[in-house]
Design a protein around this ligand. Structure first.
Ligand code: ADP
Length: 392
């Protein structure tokens, strides 16, 4: 992104003026544009063909380029794409004597911001230029804000992991050492209290870890590790990990996977994290002797994974908020379950980064079903045809 900004020297060259490059093979158009634009306080440069125009764009990094569509050699259309590659924030305005809907659409697709049909008046040129430069200012401002936001996010992650997480981990370790008796004999009453304190530290660590996970989930990072993923395989691994929790909670885990040749294009570890959050909730917010059923099916162009439980359910009123960060239902049934209120927002972010969606239906004291819809692809990664599948 930094390369897109002008260097100090380039900035001085323009003396604070916006630089406009006009590329047209008609000398009369170049002269006319320069006269109007110079008078309005812009710095102008000209080129009579695409190749030299491109060279100038690289050298002076103009704020706005006026490009003739029809030129011998490199055409305006070709030039538009090259301008975008050099700097997507350079605003390109197309000058053309043959404006058709098709050429307009084509030029817009290739990064043109506006059109100036020949012959144009000085006023039309001024208006289009002013509008284009305003758009550039906004684009640069937004890029700067985006950079600042990214920096703050990185700082936040560093702060949370070093300043918060590390001391908690070391306190936890000290407690372990004391409980093991390595620091001298500990009375049973003291042991109980230290165990209770350890439990609280664990809860705090879970919160901090969830918080970190939440901040780290960025669609772009996840996409980097996309591969074809078979949903039943990921779900089976998730269930395997959660079997001990289900045993403690006296909840039965069942599966009902459909036998499909389709897969989803995804980040396996991230998907596992999303399903872990859903299945562990289905266990934690269940009743003793309850059941959690994890199933898959095909629906049109999607593979659907469902996590269904026979637990305490969620009221209609609370259902609206469960994907909000830090939201937790506070009832006598949920009092015994520790959590951060970040499990569902994390799952939702991950699923949406996979172009999927997550739906929930719930009835208090009957149970809850979360359905995760993900676009299905064949093993080569291309969108799979709509088929149905047999359940295993
Ligand atoms: P938590 O860490 O509190 O579990 P989540 O974001 O995972 O945070 O869930 C938010 C809230 O939604 C939970 O506190 C709980 O009240 C409710 N919830 C989530 N899943 C279920 C479920 N399967 N059954 C009943 N309530 C649920």
């Amino acid at each position: 992104m930094r390369d897109n900004y002008k260097t100090a020297d380039q900035q001085n060259m323009t003396e604070g003026k916006d630089t406009i490059l006009v590329i047209d093979d008609e000398k009369a158009v170049l002269d006319c544009c320069c006269q109007v634009l110079d008078k309005n306080g812009y710095r102008t440069e000209t080129s009579e063909d695409g190749v030299s125009g491109l060279q100038k764009i690289r050298e002076i990094k103009p704020d706005l380029v006026l490009v003739d569509l029809k030129m011998p050699g490199m055409s305006g259309m070709e030039l538009l794409e090259k301008i975008r590659d050099i700097d997507p924030n350079i605003v390109a305005v197309v000058i053309t004597g043959y404006a058709t809907i098709e050429s307009a659409v084509e030029a817009m697709k290739r990064n043109a911001y506006d059109f100036l049909p020949k012959p144009f008046t000085p006023d039309q040129l001024r208006i289009v230029t002013r509008r284009g430069l305003e758009r550039r200012r906004l684009a640069l401002k937004s890029a700067r804000l985006q950079q600042e936001k990214e920096k703050m996010r990185e700082n936040f992650i560093t702060l949370v992991s070093h300043q918060l997480r590390s001391p908690l981990v070391s306190i936890r370790q000290y407690f372990e050492v004391i409980l093991e008796g390595f620091a001298g004999e500990v009375a049973s009453k003291q042991k109980e209290m230290i165990k209770e304190a350890s439990k609280r530290i664990d809860e705090l660590l879970k919160l901090v870890n969830d918080w970190l996970n939440m901040s780290r989930i960025e669609a772009d990072n996840l996409v980097e590790k996309f591969e074809p993923v078979a949903l039943p395989a990921v779900l089976s691994e998730t269930i395997e990990l959660l079997k001990p929790l289900a045993e403690v909670r006296k909840v039965t885990l069942e599966t009902d996977f459909c036998d499909s040749p389709s897969v989803v294009q995804g980040n396996k570890e991230a998907l596992k994290q999303a399903f872990t959050n859903l299945v562990s909730n289905a266990i934690n917010y269940n009743i003793e002797g309850g059941t959690v059923t994890v199933s898959t099916k095909e629906e049109h162009n999607h593979l659907v994974a469902e996590v269904s439980d026979t637990g305490i359910g969620i009221s209609q009123e609370n259902l609206h908020f469960i994907f909000d960060e830090f939201f937790r239902v506070k009832t006598k049934e949920t009092r015994g379950v520790t959590g951060s209120g970040l499990g569902l927002p994390i799952a939702k972010r991950i699923i949406e980064a996979h172009n999927g969606s997550i739906k929930v239906v719930s009835r208090p004291y009957k149970g809850t079903t979360f359905a995760i819809l993900l676009p299905k692809v064949d093993l080569r990664g291309t969108p799979a045809k709509s088929t149905s599948c047999a359940t295993t």
